[in-house]
Ligand binder design. Structure first.
Ligand SMILES: [Fe+2]
Ligand SMILES: [Fe+2]
Length: 293
């Protein structure tokens, strides 16, 4: 079983140091097999913000944790036009990682991160055809029994983001991106960006999207909250590509607590979701859930 912590939208420059410290304590205690960080490490891509982000990432690495990290739109400078268009991710590369499309594989999982942050749009993201080709090629030789996970900052799918159920913008070229994910046999698509926790079968959002389960992380540490949803991250236990548990770990104002906990099973191409009762589940933290067969 692969135990994966998925954190997103860290936002150094607009985050709470107390919550940052709590993420470290939690990760040290739980020792996940892998920590995935799906972008927006900084608030404005400023040097001092990247220094803080880099120190956090390095402390996690120094504690022996394996990390897979990708940038988000906030890691591209917004107001510094020279950097925005000339070298949009130079600071990210210098302080966090040179690899904008990291790949991780072990005996159980294969995971590809793809950079969706772009200079030309302020908050929207996109994938290019080279990245879609990379997705197909990276996963082609992966053994059929392994769970294939795609990580992007912007989600591939439009999803409800407001209280009224209005839909978000999907990633640019999402028709092609969804096809590439289907062709690559993606089982789990992880993303962030909306500071909102959400999980749904891809097929419920886009017909013919393949069999992926789409899982969104909230913001782990940012003080900018959407719909007053508290800071959180996702704790995934992947037993097999059709047998996944997701627990949302929620900041309750003083510490991270285990929240909504759901077991997902896939059968005949459809996902079912079963809530796991957990006496310590934080109240009110619901993950909108997947297709029922
Ligand atoms: Fe963000
Ligand atoms: Fe973002």
């Amino acid at each position: 079983m692969a135990r994966i912590a998925h954190l997103s939208d860290i936002h150094f420059g607009a985050n709470d140091p107390k919550i940052v410290a709590a993420t470290e304590a939690w990760l040290h205690q739980q020792q996940p097999d892998l920590v995935i960080i799906s972008g927006d490490l900084t608030q404005r891509a400023r040097q001092e913000q990247f220094r803080e982000a880099s120190a956090w990432v390095n402390r996690l690495r120094a504690a022996g944790l394996k990390l897979l990290v990708i940038p988000g739109n906030h890691d591209v400078p917004l107001y510094d036009i020279f950097r925005r268009f000339g070298a949009p991710l130079r600071r990210y590369k210098r302080y966090i990682s040179n690899d904008l499309c990291p790949f991780y594989e072990d005996d159980e999982v294969a995971i590809l991160g793809l950079n969706t942050a772009r200079s030309l749009t302020i908050k929207d993201g996109r994938l290019n055809h080279e990245q879609m080709r990379m997705m197909r090629e990276r996963f082609a030789p992966v053994a059929a029994a392994k769970t294939r996970i795609l990580v992007t900052h912007h989600p591939l799918f439009a999803m409800p983001i407001g209280k009224g159920g209005e839909l978000s913008e999907a990633v640019g070229r999402h028709d092609d991106a969804v096809k590439a994910a289907r062709d690559a046999g993606i089982h789990i698509a992880l993303a962030g960006h909306f500071h909102r926790t959400y999980a749904e079968a891809a097929q419920k959002m886009v017909a013919d999207a393949g069999g992926a389960l789409v899982i969104q992380a909230g913001t782990a540490t940012s003080t900018r909250l959407r719909n007053a949803e508290p800071q959180s991250f996702n704790w995934l236990h992947v037993r097999h590509f059709d047998d996944i548990e997701l627990q949302v770990v929620v900041w309750d104002g003083a510490s991270f607590q285990r929240g909504h906990h759901v077991a997902y099973r896939q059968q005949d191409g459809a996902w079912t979701a079963r809530e796991i009762s957990d006496a310590r589940a934080a109240q009110g933290m619901k993950v909108a859930v997947a297709a029922r067969a």
